[in-house]
Write a protein of this length. Structure first.
Length: 423
């Protein structure tokens, strides 16, 4: 659960006799009344985060500094997600830090998308104040900007609190929404692996320099996809050293995130109630579904791009709520319901662009919003692992494993073979 959000401006007067940089709180909101993110974010930690940004290699919009930073605050011991506006060349505008303080065991990536959207909105609003924002304090424009900042911040904090309580299909989406976790899934599909080896793999592939394996594996554990167990190893006959000792990770269920036909809406078609009492409308809708799935093949998604797009839909609270509504009902475009705080037209466009939703005209030439393809998570038994394990028992294999490790994996697979998980 996040502790709260805070926006800081960093100001420095280079023309003053004594250069004294300072941070000013532009807006903040706390999840709980007894928690104050301003006090949690000490001055020393503010400078540490600021310097971590400015020491970065790249910036945006002609500025300098790394725009995105995650880490642990030293004084309060909580974690932080921070976005930096960058130092703008030839400008006296303040630099801004848009930050979320979260619990130390919380995953950063689950909040990344919504924080990016909020960062963009916050900087857009603050830019209205221009270079001389100090002189505008108390004016109508200054008040309008900060009122909007405060209301937007409350909305983002509410959405972040929702993201903490994910259902099963959203937990699966967390894996496909992360390049690091997709890499882990692919690696685990090759067979058992020592946790330390997996960490080295993540570092060597340059996906993450200092991987937090507990956080990366969190959705795998939450979805019961893996088992973790200790191997005592065995003594090498030639060297006398113990090999294969350590904690191993075993994949026991595979997952996929694909599109399926809109099952509930197809049931509605059979009921022949409005709008499906119109034969031409029904024919057009069914033809759209048939045409789409005639061309769709989930096996073409080898790079998981489509799975990643679907994951973003499932992990966006407002978009997900809208999707759930469309699973059970069709809506005239001019009467689509508002969900949460989001802009419904923007959400609709996003779903249409991704071929999740289509628009069908009725006999009055009015558009109806119809579900075309429904994102769905599946859990499968990884039968391919049996052959992978057998091949890696060969001492001459590229990455051989010990017999005791192979047997342990087979025992876990046997124990989960008949398990069923509903989404």
């Amino acid at each position: 659960m996040p502790y709260g959000l805070i926006i800081l401006s960093y100001r420095i007067d280079l023309d003053a006799e004594e250069i004294e940089p300072k941070f000013v709180v532009e807006s903040k909101d706390n999840m709980e009344e007894d928690v104050d993110v301003e006090k949690m974010f000490s001055l020393d930690d503010r400078f540490r985060v600021y310097y971590a940004h400015t020491a970065g290699e790249s910036g945006a919009s002609g500025g300098t500094g790394a725009g995105y930073y995650t880490g642990r605050l030293r004084d309060s011991r909580c974690s932080i997600i921070s976005y930096y506006s960058g130092l703008m060349k030839d400008s006296k505008k303040p630099e801004y830090l848009v930050c979320a303080l979260i619990q130390p065991d919380e995953s950063f990536d689950i909040f990344k998308d919504i924080m990016e959207e909020y960062r963009n909105e916050a900087i857009r609003l603050l830019d209205k104040l221009g270079d001389n924002d100090d002189k505008l304090i108390g004016t109508k424009l200054w008040k309008e900007v900060h009122d909007k900042l405060d209301s937007t911040l409350k909305y983002v904090l509410f959405q972040m609190s929702r993201l903490v309580n994910l259902n099963n299909e959203q937990k699966i989406a967390m894996i496909f929404n992360s390049l690091e976790r997709i890499a882990i899934l692919r690696k685990l599909a090759q067979g058992p692996i020592a946790k330390e080896k997996l960490r080295e793999f993540m570092e060597q592939t340059a996906l993450t320099l200092y991987p937090n394996m507990e956080l990366l594996l969190k959705p795998f554990v939450a979805c019961d996809l893996i088992r973790q167990d200790w191997s005592k190893g065995e003594k090498d006959a030639k060297t006398g050293r113990i090999k294969g000792r350590g904690e191993y990770i075993y994949l026991v269920k595979d997952i996929s995130l694909i599109r399926v036909p809109p099952e509930e809406m197809l049931k509605k078609v059979k009921e022949k109630k409005s709008p499906f009492d119109d034969k031409d409308f029904t024919k057009a809708y069914l033809s759209s579904i048939q045409d789409y799935f005639y061309k769709y093949n989930p096996l073409d998604d080898l790079d998981y791009k489509d799975s990643g797009d679907l994951a973003k839909i499932l992990l966006d609270p407002d978009t997900y709520d809208f999707l759930v509504l469309l699973r059970f009902r069709a809506y005239p475009k001019k009467k689509i319901p508002k969900v949460g705080y989001g802009e419904t037209n923007i959400i609709l466009k996003k779903l249409v662009d991704l071929n999740i939703v289509t628009l069908i005209k009725d006999k009055k030439d009015e558009d109806w919003v119809m579900l075309l393809s429904d994102p769905h998570a599946f859990m499968l038994f990884p039968e391919y692992l049996l052959e992978n394990i057998r091949q890696r028992l060969d001492p001459q294999a590229v990455d051989p494993i010990l017999k005791q490790v192979a047997l342990q994996h087979l025992n876990y697979l046997e124990g989960t073979y008949y398990e069923k998980r509903e989404f």
